[in-house]
Design a protein around this ligand. Structure first.
Ligand code: RRO
Length: 317
């Protein structure tokens, strides 16, 4: 008989069936794909960021492919939280997986208003708070690159919900662990990292930027080493769970994030390349554990052996 592997984990008493999620902005609102995707196999779905009012987003071009990745400047295009509640949530409620609503806003009051509208609805199990969009003038990094503001948003939202509160952090700061510590101190239950890395691309024929907003957010395998280092830094600083995000393209990549200290992973840009990748990784993690006689995927979390300096030194001598 095949050895069974424990896959679930809990945040604030809420149990997720496994540690693999699809990242905000890479899976629509979750409803469009249901005919062709076994959503019930996922630990959960994180919705596109929801703002109070609908937003058209930035003018095109707003995506461009780069080496091992992509740049985006979507600009928080979304249907707004009220339309989400009316048209998307009724479908999402029928899914046999956990739905996490991602919230973005340009003021603390707006974050609170969006959360309160969602609080009175059934079907959302947790919130991921986006303080890290690199592509909007108001909100976004105005919050996420300011530690005091990030802490204040967390403080206000914490007062308004008893559901798991996950804060999504930006890598575009000097010490991401200071931000993680600040939100943990204000009662956040988990952090997600990383959002995209600010980048740009230029068309040398026209000498114009390839994105309408000049700079955008870089994602995909190109940023995986950055993301891993940030997860490792944050894992050493806080004890609340980390959702690791950044260019995960295989089971092996997901394992790296777990070893670095992530309790769970989110698959993002690679969903566009291989839509069923997240499900493959759910199965791949279990298989890896069975092959290595690990009875709980959680045993991989933070299991990095960082004491390699001496042996590397030895091999040089
Ligand atoms: O919509 C976007 O431009 C966007 C968002 Br909200 C985000 O959080 N990260 C990103 O790279 N793009």
């Amino acid at each position: 008989m095949e050895q069974s592997v424990h896959t679930s984990f809990s945040i604030r008493g809420f149990e997720f069936k496994n540690r693999v999620f699809v990242a905000s902005g890479t899976f629509g609102y979750g409803d469009e794909i249901r005919e062709v995707f076994p959503v019930e196999k996922l630990g959960g779905i994180i919705t596109k960021s929801l703002s109070l009012k609908p937003r058209d987003g930035n003018p095109p071009p707003r995506t461009v492919e780069t080496a091992s990745g992509m740049l985006n400047s979507i600009g928080l295009a979304n249907i707004g939280v009220k339309a989400f509640i009316e048209t998307k949530l009724p479908v999402l409620r029928t899914f046999k997986t956990s739905i996490i609503a991602n919230i973005a806003a340009s003021s603390i009051d707006e974050y609170c208003e969006v959360l309160e509208l969602l609080e009175s609805e059934q079907g959302i199990v947790a919130y991921e708070i986006n303080v890290s969009c690199p592509n909007v003038k108001e909100g976004g990094l105005n919050f996420g690159a300011d530690c005091a503001k990030t802490a204040q948003v967390t403080h206000e939202l914490r007062k308004r919900t008893s559901k798991p509160l996950i804060i999504k952090l930006t890598p575009n700061v000097t010490h991401i662990s200071e931000f993680a510590r600040a939100v943990a101190n204000e009662g956040a239950d988990a952090v997600s990292l990383i959002n995209t890395v600010i980048g740009m691309a230029i068309d040398i024929k026209t000498r114009k930027p390839k994105l309408s907003t000049v700079t955008g957010g870089l994602s995909g395998p190109a940023i995986k080493p950055i993301a891993l280092a940030k997860v490792y830094e944050v894992a050493k600083a806080i004890s609340i769970p980390i959702f690791g995000i950044g260019g995960i393209a295989s089971t092996e990549d997901a394992i790296e994030f777990l070893l670095a200290g992530a309790s769970a992973v989110q698959i993002g840009t690679m969903n566009f390349v291989e839509p069923l990748l997240s499900v493959k990784i759910v199965e791949g993690l279990e298989q890896y554990c069975r092959q290595n006689n690990i009875d709980d995927i959680g045993k991989l979390v933070g299991a990095l052996d960082a004491n390699i300096g001496f042996s590397i030194l030895q091999s040089w001598l």
